[in-house]
Design a protein around this ligand. Sequence first.
Ligand code: MG
Length: 392
Amino acid sequence: MNRGDSPGLAPWACWPGRSRGRRFAEPAAATRDAHQRDRDRIVHSNAFRRLVYKTQVFVNHEGDLFRTRLTHSLEVAQVARSAARELRLNEDLVEAIALAHDLGHTPFGHAGQDALHACMTPHGGFEHNLQSLRVVDHLEQRYFAFDGLNLSFEAREGILKHCSPRNARRLCAAEPDGPARRFIDGTQPSLEAQLVNLADEIAYCTHDIDDGLRAGLLQVERLEEVPLFAHWHAEARHSRARAGAGATSAQPGRRVVFETLRRLLSALIADVVQATSAAVAAVQPGDVESVRSSPPLVGFTRDQRRAVDALKAFLFSALYRHPQVADTTAQARQVVTDLFEAYVARPSEMPTDFAAAEDTPRAVADYIAGMTDRFALREHHRLTGRRVFVET
Ligand code: MG
């Protein structure tokens, strides 16, 4: 059997032997198929290692147990792989897309992204999904023959999750059949790409509850107002009551939270598998091309979709808009804005590659987007003399 003819994959999955290929042709690897190779290239990239020092919701120094972009990406990969195996989709490809999906994120999470987008608005804007593609296509510099990681079309298709029509037209002008084409044609990406998108949502909904409780910004009593949480919380407490004297007594509150969240996580994954299997069975796509021309097929059941939306609305108002989070957000925006202005005024403050670029604002955006939280703070102090987020 040829490498890439994977008998375990469904006909509608991405078969590595049928990949649309890479931008620069390369001989096949001796021991790995196309999408294993994609995943390995991402794991060895500089941008991947930087994710460990990038904020998800909470700034890195706030505590060692909060999610970072790296642990978030690993959790997305775990969720996506679980569902992919059940659905007979390509696990290596979902892992590659999951590990790469946030490579383009700026330091300081969404606050950093919003600030950089505001700075870049007169120069074409800044979109983090597009930036993730830019990282794997151009900014990583490791090979003699090309810039970027030269990933497969299928990996790049999954990484470019969203794209504005204007940027889609610009990307298509350079690469007519590239991953931006679907935003003009209105078609869908592979099931692997659709699955990672939903796995991202599942991962952050559950882990942000955990981080929010740990930070003391959310309370279990308030979370009880959210039916999805209340349901699994009741289940966890009943299970503890049934265990009676046999229940482990240390940290009972935390254990109930973990038991709640692991039930919630399993239930969401099971729901996606069920709803997606039904949608695929109804459409019967013959191959991945037929997936691309079908409506979206990966999703929750209708009731679960509503329940997840209610949870997201709660997290949005109670956690992401919490005054304490908003305070760090305002400071983070200031850091990114100050850095942008400083480098545009004096490009020579950046490393030579960036300083010499023809398009200074874009080079500044690329440089800032690649920074970890702590490197951005050090540069900010060096360039402005001010200290922000001083550890206490
Ligand atoms: Mg994400």
